[in-house]
Design a protein around this ligand. Structure first.
Ligand SMILES: Cc1ncc(COP(=O)(O)O)c(C=O)c1O
Length: 462
């Protein structure tokens, strides 16, 4: 068997590392095994997975129920062309309909969140033609291909624009980001300008077909909007006949405490997209599901969309098993209890570390936003630093945590706390213990201004 260094170096030499300068893809960490909330490298060293990999391994690793479902499907029928169908599709839609908002009626299955959003884009542009504009928000990520990356607000879009890999007709609405309100206002005197401004945009722009939103913003901040935000946005969409697309690729699957984050505000989207947690990341699936009105429109139309692997039986077989596992775990009460504990422990970190500006989030989905100065909220890093040669403070903290056996993803301004729903209080303690040490790296470069950290999601609580 090849030595682990050779395996890792050979892979690096012959594969492209995603979203990074290739000179930094030299010896990726070789992972050999995973179980529960831990994964293990080539030397057997355990890492506690505090970000559920890419916020997708929500059920932890080696779940026996899901493994068995995939094995059975592989033995029976791994794949059938999408012009025919299989019982795997029937079982997947039955399982999904038991947790999705009830107005959502018709599905398209693909193999990633990106594809789920590209399908939503094409559905919307076909059914709302000649309207074509898509509104999104700056603090967002919706996928890696030209359409979904154009309506992504984060730094990844900027590179795609330079490479001319974008589409026309996308505009950005303000973020519901109370810690750094784009209008400089304070909740609740703000009268929720971030939502109301969308009405102004739609009227002034003309030709707006849809708005796509992450109900709780994922990679770009774990931002919980004020309670009024989505009811206002729903009314604006209805009054202007604009399609409301909820991208629940990351916020779905009980990550925020409910099956889908939109449930917190009792708002039904017209289209919902999801992926990641729908199989607990055991197989790659993207889901696009629309309301009946959109389904009706297509009765007399050609759906101009499809993939060889659409409705792939093997990938779909993980969905019913994952849904039943989510229901079992939620019924046990463990995630509800641990999410409360997780929040308290993160608030303790906020009390101890001057580099933590805001602790916000909900359920098993939190951000520690790092700042140089809590008083002025001066950040260590900004959006444009993400693809520059600057060393990010979040990367320094994550790298140190990794050495100590904790996997925690960092974005340019915050750490992403998103453990699997099966995590226990003792495992939270282990992770917090390591973070407590690693955050000292950021503290050393922060000023102590005697300002407490912010708990912005306390006042935006659903
Ligand atoms: C909210 C959101 N939408 C879409 C995507 C794209 O999903 P995928 O990476 O499966 O293509 C992601 C991925 O992180 C996401 O967080």
């Amino acid at each position: 068997m090849a030595a682990s260094e050779e395996v890792s170096r050979t892979i690096a030499r012959h594969t492209y590392g995603s979203w990074r300068r290739q000179e930094l893809w030299k010896e990726p960490l070789l992972i050999e095994d995973a179980e529960g909330v831990y994964f293990f490298d080539h030397a057997g060293k355990p890492y506690l997975d505090f970000s559920s990999q890419m916020m997708c391994s929500n059920l932890g690793h080696k779940n026996p129920v899901i493994i068995e479902a995939i094995q059975k499907q592989a033995e029976k029928l791994a794949y059938i062309a999408p012009g025919m169908t299989s019982r795997a599709t029937f079982d997947a839609i039955q399982a999904l309909r038991s947790v999705l908002p009830p107005n959502l009626a018709k599905f398209f299955f693909s193999t990633s969140g990106t594809e789920a959003n590209e399908a939503a884009l094409k559905l919307v542009r076909q059914c709302k033609a000649p309207r074509y504009k898509i509104l999104s928000r700056y603090r967002s990520y919706h996928g890696a291909t030209p359409g979904s990356l154009t309506f992504t607000g984060d730094p990844r879009r900027i590179l795609a624009e330079t490479a001319r890999c974008t589409i026309d007709g996308v505009r950005f609405a303000p973020d519901a980001y109370c810690y750094r309100c784009p209008f400089g206002l304070t909740y609740a005197e703000c009268n929720i300008q971030c939502a109301r401004y969308v009405n102004y945009m739609i009227k002034e722009e003309g030709n707006v077909a849809a708005i796509i939103v992450e109900p709780v913003v994922g990679t770009n901040g774990r931002i919980v909007p004020p309670p009024e935000y989505f009811p206002i946005l729903r009314t604006i969409c209805d009054e202007n006949e604009v399609v409301l697309i909820a991208d629940e690729v990351m916020s779905g699957w009980f990550r925020t405490g409910t099956a889908f984050a939109m449930e917190h505000w009792g708002v039904e989207p017209d289209i919902l997209t999801t992926a990641k947690g729908c199989t607990g990341a055991y197989t790659p699936v993207g889901v696009t599901v629309t309301n009946q009105a959109i389904a009706d429109f297509f009765e007399g139309e050609t759906l101009d969309h499809g993939h060889t692997y659409a409705y792939h039986a093997l990938t779909l077989s993980a969905i019913p098993a994952a849904v039943s596992e989510y229901k079992r775990i939620m019924a046990s009460g463990l995630p509800q209890k641990v999410s409360q504990y997780l929040k308290e422990r993160l608030y303790e970190l906020g009390d101890r570390h001057v580099s933590i500006g805001d602790v916000r989030g909900i359920g098993h989905f939190y951000a520690l936003e790092l700042v140089k100065n809590r008083g002025t909220k001066e950040p260590f890093n900004v959006k444009s630093d993400r693809f520059s040669r600057k060393s990010l403070m979040t990367s320094q903290v994550s790298a140190d945590a990794s050495k100590k056996g904790l996997y925690v993803m960092g974005w340019y301004d915050s750490l992403i706390i998103a453990p699997p729903l099966i995590i226990t209080e003792a495992e939270v303690d282990e992770a917090i213990g390591i973070l407590d040490q690693s955050l000292e790296i950021a503290d050393r470069e922060a000023e102590d201004t005697n300002t407490p950290f912010t708990k912005s999601s306390e006042f935006t609580k659903p």
